[in-house]
Design a protein around this ligand. Structure first.
Ligand code: C5P
Length: 398
Protein backbone atom coordinates (compact mmCIF):
# COMPACT_ATOMS: atom_id res chain seq x y z
CA UNK A 1 0.00 0.00 0.00
CA UNK A 2 1.51 3.32 -1.03
CA UNK A 3 1.45 6.21 1.41
CA UNK A 4 2.41 9.85 1.71
CA UNK A 5 4.65 9.61 4.79
CA UNK A 6 6.96 12.65 4.97
CA UNK A 7 5.59 14.03 1.70
CA UNK A 8 4.93 17.75 1.24
CA UNK A 9 1.74 18.25 -0.73
CA UNK A 10 0.90 21.73 -1.96
CA UNK A 11 -2.84 21.79 -2.56
CA UNK A 12 -4.12 24.44 -4.98
CA UNK A 13 -7.82 25.23 -4.76
CA UNK A 14 -9.49 27.13 -7.62
CA UNK A 15 -13.01 28.50 -8.00
CA UNK A 16 -15.66 25.84 -8.43
CA UNK A 17 -18.43 24.31 -6.36
CA UNK A 18 -16.27 21.20 -5.81
CA UNK A 19 -14.02 23.41 -3.63
CA UNK A 20 -16.13 22.28 -0.67
CA UNK A 21 -14.56 18.83 -1.11
CA UNK A 22 -11.05 20.30 -0.73
CA UNK A 23 -11.54 20.44 3.04
CA UNK A 24 -12.08 16.67 3.12
CA UNK A 25 -9.16 16.20 0.71
CA UNK A 26 -6.78 17.93 3.16
CA UNK A 27 -7.80 15.34 5.76
CA UNK A 28 -7.46 12.35 3.43
CA UNK A 29 -3.96 13.47 2.38
CA UNK A 30 -3.01 13.87 6.04
CA UNK A 31 -4.42 10.41 6.82
CA UNK A 32 -1.77 9.03 4.45
CA UNK A 33 0.97 10.92 6.29
CA UNK A 34 1.34 14.07 4.15
CA UNK A 35 2.07 17.61 5.33
CA UNK A 36 -0.35 19.84 3.46
CA UNK A 37 -0.12 23.53 2.59
CA UNK A 38 -2.97 25.20 0.77
CA UNK A 39 -2.97 27.90 -1.92
CA UNK A 40 -6.32 29.42 -2.92
CA UNK A 41 -7.21 31.57 -5.90
CA UNK A 42 -9.52 34.57 -5.27
CA UNK A 43 -12.41 32.67 -6.95
CA UNK A 44 -11.90 29.67 -4.63
CA UNK A 45 -12.43 31.95 -1.63
CA UNK A 46 -15.98 32.63 -2.89
CA UNK A 47 -16.78 28.97 -2.29
CA UNK A 48 -14.84 28.07 0.88
CA UNK A 49 -12.99 30.23 3.40
CA UNK A 50 -9.22 30.20 3.89
CA UNK A 51 -9.93 29.84 7.63
CA UNK A 52 -11.49 26.40 7.10
CA UNK A 53 -8.49 25.14 5.14
CA UNK A 54 -6.05 26.78 7.55
CA UNK A 55 -7.67 25.04 10.52
CA UNK A 56 -7.62 21.67 8.77
CA UNK A 57 -4.13 21.88 7.28
CA UNK A 58 -2.59 23.42 10.41
CA UNK A 59 -0.74 25.91 8.21
CA UNK A 60 -1.47 29.45 7.02
CA UNK A 61 -3.31 29.47 3.69
CA UNK A 62 -1.57 31.32 0.87
CA UNK A 63 -3.83 33.54 -1.20
CA UNK A 64 -1.90 36.32 -2.94
CA UNK A 65 1.33 36.70 -4.81
CA UNK A 66 2.07 40.24 -3.74
CA UNK A 67 1.67 40.01 0.04
CA UNK A 68 4.87 41.19 1.77
CA UNK A 69 3.83 39.59 5.06
CA UNK A 70 3.22 36.16 3.51
CA UNK A 71 6.48 36.45 1.58
CA UNK A 72 8.30 37.02 4.86
CA UNK A 73 6.94 33.71 6.16
CA UNK A 74 7.26 31.27 3.28
CA UNK A 75 7.78 33.14 0.01
CA UNK A 76 6.37 31.82 -3.25
CA UNK A 77 9.67 30.40 -4.49
CA UNK A 78 10.28 28.68 -1.15
CA UNK A 79 6.77 27.27 -1.32
CA UNK A 80 7.43 25.99 -4.84
CA UNK A 81 10.58 24.26 -3.58
CA UNK A 82 8.88 22.93 -0.45
CA UNK A 83 6.41 20.92 -2.53
CA UNK A 84 7.07 17.28 -3.36
CA UNK A 85 3.89 17.38 -5.43
CA UNK A 86 1.47 20.13 -6.44
CA UNK A 87 -2.15 18.99 -6.61
CA UNK A 88 -4.80 21.39 -7.89
CA UNK A 89 -8.25 20.22 -6.80
CA UNK A 90 -10.61 21.41 -8.03
CA UNK A 91 -8.94 22.69 -11.20
CA UNK A 92 -11.36 24.98 -13.04
CA UNK A 93 -11.49 25.44 -16.83
CA UNK A 94 -10.18 28.97 -16.38
CA UNK A 95 -7.24 27.81 -14.26
CA UNK A 96 -6.26 25.14 -16.79
CA UNK A 97 -6.46 27.70 -19.62
CA UNK A 98 -4.13 30.04 -17.76
CA UNK A 99 -1.76 27.17 -16.95
CA UNK A 100 -1.72 26.05 -20.60
CA UNK A 101 -0.82 29.61 -21.61
CA UNK A 102 2.06 29.69 -19.11
CA UNK A 103 0.59 32.69 -17.28
CA UNK A 104 1.83 33.68 -13.85
CA UNK A 105 -0.89 36.15 -12.98
CA UNK A 106 -1.72 34.82 -9.54
CA UNK A 107 0.05 32.87 -6.81
CA UNK A 108 -1.07 29.41 -7.94
CA UNK A 109 -0.06 29.76 -11.61
CA UNK A 110 3.25 31.27 -10.51
CA UNK A 111 3.90 28.28 -8.25
CA UNK A 112 3.13 25.92 -11.13
CA UNK A 113 5.73 27.72 -13.24
CA UNK A 114 8.33 27.80 -10.47
CA UNK A 115 8.11 24.31 -9.03
CA UNK A 116 10.24 21.35 -10.08
CA UNK A 117 7.71 19.02 -8.40
CA UNK A 118 5.20 17.00 -10.42
CA UNK A 119 1.86 18.75 -11.02
CA UNK A 120 -1.47 16.90 -10.87
CA UNK A 121 -4.87 18.38 -11.69
CA UNK A 122 -8.31 17.22 -10.62
CA UNK A 123 -10.59 19.01 -13.10
CA UNK A 124 -14.09 20.00 -12.02
CA UNK A 125 -16.50 21.84 -14.29
CA UNK A 126 -19.78 21.67 -16.13
CA UNK A 127 -19.84 18.93 -18.80
CA UNK A 128 -20.31 21.51 -21.58
CA UNK A 129 -17.21 23.40 -20.46
CA UNK A 130 -15.31 20.09 -20.28
CA UNK A 131 -16.28 19.16 -23.83
CA UNK A 132 -15.50 22.59 -25.29
CA UNK A 133 -12.70 22.45 -27.90
CA UNK A 134 -10.76 25.15 -26.00
CA UNK A 135 -10.70 23.08 -22.79
CA UNK A 136 -9.82 19.89 -24.69
CA UNK A 137 -6.94 21.63 -26.46
CA UNK A 138 -5.66 23.01 -23.16
CA UNK A 139 -5.76 19.50 -21.69
CA UNK A 140 -3.67 18.17 -24.56
CA UNK A 141 -1.11 20.91 -24.00
CA UNK A 142 -0.94 20.26 -20.27
CA UNK A 143 -0.62 16.50 -20.77
CA UNK A 144 2.18 17.00 -23.30
CA UNK A 145 4.09 18.93 -20.62
CA UNK A 146 3.95 15.97 -18.24
CA UNK A 147 1.08 17.26 -16.10
CA UNK A 148 -1.11 14.42 -14.76
CA UNK A 149 -4.89 14.55 -14.77
CA UNK A 150 -6.94 12.83 -12.06
CA UNK A 151 -10.41 12.29 -13.52
CA UNK A 152 -12.85 13.89 -13.94
CA UNK A 153 -15.64 11.43 -13.21
CA UNK A 154 -18.94 11.44 -15.05
CA UNK A 155 -22.31 11.73 -13.36
CA UNK A 156 -24.86 14.18 -11.99
CA UNK A 157 -23.53 17.72 -11.73
CA UNK A 158 -24.37 20.57 -9.34
CA UNK A 159 -26.00 22.48 -12.22
CA UNK A 160 -28.36 19.59 -13.03
CA UNK A 161 -26.46 18.35 -16.12
CA UNK A 162 -25.20 14.79 -16.38
CA UNK A 163 -21.80 14.04 -17.92
CA UNK A 164 -18.03 14.26 -17.39
CA UNK A 165 -16.69 17.06 -15.19
CA UNK A 166 -17.28 15.86 -11.62
CA UNK A 167 -14.23 16.07 -9.41
CA UNK A 168 -13.07 12.67 -8.10
CA UNK A 169 -13.85 11.97 -4.45
CA UNK A 170 -11.22 13.08 -1.87
CA UNK A 171 -10.28 9.50 -0.93
CA UNK A 172 -9.64 8.59 -4.57
CA UNK A 173 -7.58 11.76 -5.07
CA UNK A 174 -5.44 10.99 -2.00
CA UNK A 175 -4.80 7.44 -3.29
CA UNK A 176 -3.88 8.68 -6.78
CA UNK A 177 -1.56 11.27 -5.21
CA UNK A 178 0.20 8.54 -3.20
CA UNK A 179 0.57 6.40 -6.34
CA UNK A 180 2.55 9.20 -8.01
CA UNK A 181 5.41 8.43 -5.66
CA UNK A 182 5.72 4.75 -6.62
CA UNK A 183 7.25 4.63 -10.08
CA UNK A 184 8.40 1.01 -10.38
CA UNK A 185 11.55 2.29 -12.17
CA UNK A 186 13.80 0.10 -10.00
CA UNK A 187 11.44 -2.85 -9.62
CA UNK A 188 13.39 -6.02 -8.79
CA UNK A 189 16.72 -4.17 -8.38
CA UNK A 190 18.95 -4.32 -5.31
CA UNK A 191 20.26 -0.90 -4.32
CA UNK A 192 22.92 -0.28 -1.65
CA UNK A 193 23.40 3.26 -0.34
CA UNK A 194 26.01 4.61 2.06
CA UNK A 195 24.91 7.72 3.96
CA UNK A 196 25.80 10.11 6.77
CA UNK A 197 29.17 10.81 8.34
CA UNK A 198 31.61 8.31 9.75
CA UNK A 199 32.93 8.63 13.28
CA UNK A 200 36.58 7.77 13.91
CA UNK A 201 37.33 7.24 17.60
CA UNK A 202 40.34 8.87 19.25
CA UNK A 203 39.71 7.48 22.73
CA UNK A 204 36.62 6.13 24.54
CA UNK A 205 34.98 9.62 24.63
CA UNK A 206 36.27 11.53 21.58
CA UNK A 207 36.08 11.12 17.84
CA UNK A 208 36.75 12.78 14.48
CA UNK A 209 33.68 13.34 12.30
CA UNK A 210 32.00 15.90 10.03
CA UNK A 211 28.74 17.82 9.60
CA UNK A 212 27.05 15.47 7.13
CA UNK A 213 23.36 15.14 8.06
CA UNK A 214 22.69 12.09 5.87
CA UNK A 215 19.61 13.80 4.39
CA UNK A 216 20.58 13.27 0.74
CA UNK A 217 21.36 9.56 1.17
CA UNK A 218 18.18 8.95 3.19
CA UNK A 219 16.12 10.79 0.54
CA UNK A 220 17.66 8.57 -2.15
CA UNK A 221 16.87 5.49 -0.06
CA UNK A 222 13.23 6.62 0.24
CA UNK A 223 12.98 7.35 -3.50
CA UNK A 224 14.59 3.99 -4.36
CA UNK A 225 12.07 2.14 -2.13
CA UNK A 226 9.25 4.02 -3.85
CA UNK A 227 10.72 3.04 -7.23
CA UNK A 228 10.34 -0.62 -6.22
CA UNK A 229 13.96 -1.47 -5.28
CA UNK A 230 15.18 -3.65 -2.42
CA UNK A 231 17.22 -1.10 -0.52
CA UNK A 232 20.03 -1.47 2.00
CA UNK A 233 21.01 1.77 3.71
CA UNK A 234 24.44 1.60 5.34
CA UNK A 235 24.41 4.57 7.64
CA UNK A 236 26.85 6.40 9.85
CA UNK A 237 25.42 8.15 12.93
CA UNK A 238 22.51 10.45 11.96
CA UNK A 239 19.32 11.70 13.60
CA UNK A 240 17.12 10.50 10.76
CA UNK A 241 14.58 7.68 10.76
CA UNK A 242 15.19 5.08 8.06
CA UNK A 243 12.49 4.93 5.38
CA UNK A 244 9.92 2.16 5.79
CA UNK A 245 10.70 -1.03 3.86
CA UNK A 246 14.43 -0.41 3.74
CA UNK A 247 17.11 -2.49 5.49
CA UNK A 248 19.28 -0.22 7.58
CA UNK A 249 22.73 -1.23 8.79
CA UNK A 250 24.20 1.14 11.37
CA UNK A 251 27.95 1.65 11.36
CA UNK A 252 30.34 4.13 12.95
CA UNK A 253 33.74 3.99 11.30
CA UNK A 254 34.86 3.97 7.66
CA UNK A 255 36.25 0.46 8.12
CA UNK A 256 32.88 -0.77 9.40
CA UNK A 257 31.17 0.96 6.47
CA UNK A 258 33.52 -0.76 4.03
CA UNK A 259 32.94 -4.19 5.59
CA UNK A 260 29.15 -3.69 5.50
CA UNK A 261 29.32 -2.49 1.87
CA UNK A 262 31.36 -5.49 0.71
CA UNK A 263 29.02 -7.86 2.54
CA UNK A 264 26.10 -6.37 0.57
CA UNK A 265 27.63 -6.63 -2.93
CA UNK A 266 26.11 -10.01 -3.76
CA UNK A 267 23.30 -9.32 -6.25
CA UNK A 268 23.68 -5.56 -5.97
CA UNK A 269 22.70 -3.68 -9.16
CA UNK A 270 23.27 -0.11 -8.06
CA UNK A 271 25.68 1.21 -5.42
CA UNK A 272 25.34 4.82 -4.34
CA UNK A 273 28.06 6.31 -2.13
CA UNK A 274 26.55 9.38 -0.51
CA UNK A 275 28.37 9.02 2.82
CA UNK A 276 30.82 11.68 3.91
CA UNK A 277 33.54 9.25 4.88
CA UNK A 278 36.34 10.60 7.06
CA UNK A 279 39.49 10.56 4.95
CA UNK A 280 41.69 9.76 7.96
CA UNK A 281 41.40 8.01 11.31
CA UNK A 282 43.62 8.15 14.37
CA UNK A 283 46.54 5.74 13.99
CA UNK A 284 45.97 4.46 17.50
CA UNK A 285 42.81 4.16 19.52
CA UNK A 286 43.66 5.06 23.11
CA UNK A 287 42.23 2.52 25.54
CA UNK A 288 41.64 5.21 28.19
CA UNK A 289 40.57 8.87 27.97
CA UNK A 290 43.61 10.91 26.91
CA UNK A 291 44.60 13.38 29.63
CA UNK A 292 45.25 17.08 28.93
CA UNK A 293 48.75 16.92 30.42
CA UNK A 294 50.91 20.01 30.83
CA UNK A 295 51.87 20.62 27.18
CA UNK A 296 50.09 23.37 25.15
CA UNK A 297 50.06 21.26 22.02
CA UNK A 298 49.05 17.76 21.17
CA UNK A 299 49.86 15.71 18.10
CA UNK A 300 47.51 13.13 16.74
CA UNK A 301 48.83 10.77 14.12
CA UNK A 302 46.28 9.94 11.42
CA UNK A 303 46.25 7.17 8.84
CA UNK A 304 44.27 7.09 5.61
CA UNK A 305 40.91 5.35 5.57
CA UNK A 306 40.04 2.90 2.80
CA UNK A 307 38.13 4.45 -0.11
CA UNK A 308 34.83 2.59 0.03
CA UNK A 309 33.35 3.54 -3.32
CA UNK A 310 36.50 2.87 -5.30
CA UNK A 311 36.97 -0.49 -3.55
CA UNK A 312 33.42 -1.38 -4.61
CA UNK A 313 33.96 -0.08 -8.15
CA UNK A 314 37.04 -2.25 -8.69
CA UNK A 315 35.65 -5.34 -6.95
CA UNK A 316 35.04 -8.66 -8.72
CA UNK A 317 31.36 -8.32 -7.74
CA UNK A 318 31.14 -4.75 -9.05
CA UNK A 319 27.51 -3.64 -9.35
CA UNK A 320 26.45 -2.56 -12.87
CA UNK A 321 26.20 1.05 -11.78
CA UNK A 322 28.38 2.72 -9.16
CA UNK A 323 27.61 6.31 -8.24
CA UNK A 324 29.67 8.70 -6.13
CA UNK A 325 29.22 12.21 -4.82
CA UNK A 326 31.65 15.10 -5.03
CA UNK A 327 31.26 17.91 -2.53
CA UNK A 328 33.51 20.70 -3.70
CA UNK A 329 34.01 24.39 -3.02
CA UNK A 330 35.56 25.32 -6.38
CA UNK A 331 36.02 23.93 -9.90
CA UNK A 332 33.18 21.56 -9.05
CA UNK A 333 32.77 19.82 -12.41
CA UNK A 334 36.50 19.45 -13.12
CA UNK A 335 37.11 17.76 -9.73
CA UNK A 336 34.03 15.59 -10.21
CA UNK A 337 35.27 14.38 -13.59
CA UNK A 338 38.64 13.60 -12.06
CA UNK A 339 36.90 11.58 -9.32
CA UNK A 340 34.83 9.71 -11.91
CA UNK A 341 37.97 8.48 -13.65
CA UNK A 342 40.15 7.93 -10.61
CA UNK A 343 37.52 5.92 -8.72
CA UNK A 344 36.19 4.08 -11.80
CA UNK A 345 32.62 5.35 -11.30
CA UNK A 346 29.73 5.52 -13.77
CA UNK A 347 28.30 8.77 -12.47
CA UNK A 348 29.38 11.49 -10.07
CA UNK A 349 26.85 13.83 -8.49
CA UNK A 350 28.69 17.07 -7.88
CA UNK A 351 27.57 19.82 -5.56
CA UNK A 352 29.01 23.13 -4.49
CA UNK A 353 29.28 23.05 -0.68
CA UNK A 354 30.54 26.64 -0.51
CA UNK A 355 26.88 27.73 -0.83
CA UNK A 356 25.04 27.92 2.50
CA UNK A 357 21.56 27.40 0.98
CA UNK A 358 22.25 23.95 -0.46
CA UNK A 359 24.23 20.82 0.35
CA UNK A 360 25.39 19.41 3.66
CA UNK A 361 22.78 20.26 6.34
CA UNK A 362 20.23 21.94 4.11
CA UNK A 363 16.87 20.51 2.94
CA UNK A 364 17.63 21.62 -0.62
CA UNK A 365 20.31 20.73 -3.08
CA UNK A 366 21.38 21.67 -6.61
CA UNK A 367 23.77 19.35 -8.42
CA UNK A 368 25.58 18.67 -11.66
CA UNK A 369 25.61 15.09 -12.90
CA UNK A 370 28.87 14.07 -14.52
CA UNK A 371 29.07 10.97 -16.71
CA UNK A 372 32.05 9.93 -18.85
CA UNK A 373 30.54 11.43 -21.98
CA UNK A 374 28.20 14.17 -20.75
CA UNK A 375 27.03 16.46 -17.98
CA UNK A 376 23.67 17.76 -16.82
CA UNK A 377 22.77 20.33 -14.17
CA UNK A 378 19.71 20.00 -11.94
CA UNK A 379 18.64 23.34 -10.45
CA UNK A 380 17.88 23.81 -6.75
CA UNK A 381 15.01 21.72 -5.40
CA UNK A 382 14.15 19.77 -2.24
CA UNK A 383 16.37 16.78 -1.54
CA UNK A 384 13.25 14.56 -1.76
CA UNK A 385 12.44 15.83 -5.24
CA UNK A 386 16.07 15.69 -6.29
CA UNK A 387 16.28 12.08 -5.10
CA UNK A 388 13.35 11.11 -7.33
CA UNK A 389 14.90 12.91 -10.28
CA UNK A 390 18.20 11.13 -9.60
CA UNK A 391 16.48 7.71 -9.66
CA UNK A 392 15.37 8.49 -13.20
CA UNK A 393 18.96 9.30 -14.18
CA UNK A 394 20.34 6.16 -12.47
CA UNK A 395 18.12 4.04 -14.68
CA UNK A 396 19.66 5.74 -17.74
CA UNK A 397 23.27 5.14 -16.56
CA UNK A 398 25.82 4.27 -17.90
O1 C5P B 1 37.41 11.61 -2.49
P1 C5P B 1 36.15 12.21 -1.99
O2 C5P B 1 35.92 12.02 -0.51
O3 C5P B 1 35.96 13.64 -2.37
O4 C5P B 1 35.03 11.40 -2.79
C1 C5P B 1 33.70 11.49 -2.47
C2 C5P B 1 32.99 10.22 -2.89
O5 C5P B 1 33.73 9.09 -2.52
C3 C5P B 1 31.66 10.09 -2.19
O6 C5P B 1 30.81 9.36 -3.05
C4 C5P B 1 32.02 9.30 -0.95
O7 C5P B 1 30.91 8.61 -0.42
C5 C5P B 1 33.08 8.37 -1.48
N1 C5P B 1 34.10 7.99 -0.51
C6 C5P B 1 34.19 6.69 -0.04
N2 C5P B 1 35.16 6.34 0.83
C7 C5P B 1 36.07 7.25 1.25
C8 C5P B 1 36.02 8.56 0.80
C9 C5P B 1 35.01 8.90 -0.08
O8 C5P B 1 33.34 5.87 -0.41
N3 C5P B 1 37.00 6.87 2.10
Amino acid sequence: MSSLTNKHILLGVTGGIAAYKSAELVRRLQDQGASVRVVMTPAAQEFITPLTLQALSGNPVHTTLLDPEAEMGMGHIELARWADLLLVAPASADFMARLAQGLGNDLLTTLCLATAAPICLAPAMNQGMWHSPATQENLQTLRSRGITLFGPAAGAQACGDVGPGRMLEPGELADLTAQQFSSGLLAGKKVVITAGPTREPIDPVRYISNHSSGKMGYAIAQAAVEAGARVTLISGPTRLPAPDDCRRIDVETAEEMLAASLAELEGCDLFIASAAVADFRPAQLAGQKIKKGSSDTMTLELVKNPDIVSTVASHAQRPAVVVGFAAETQDVVRYARDKLQRKNLDLVIANDVSRADIGFNSDDNAVTLVWRDREESLAQRSKAQLARDLIQHFTQTP
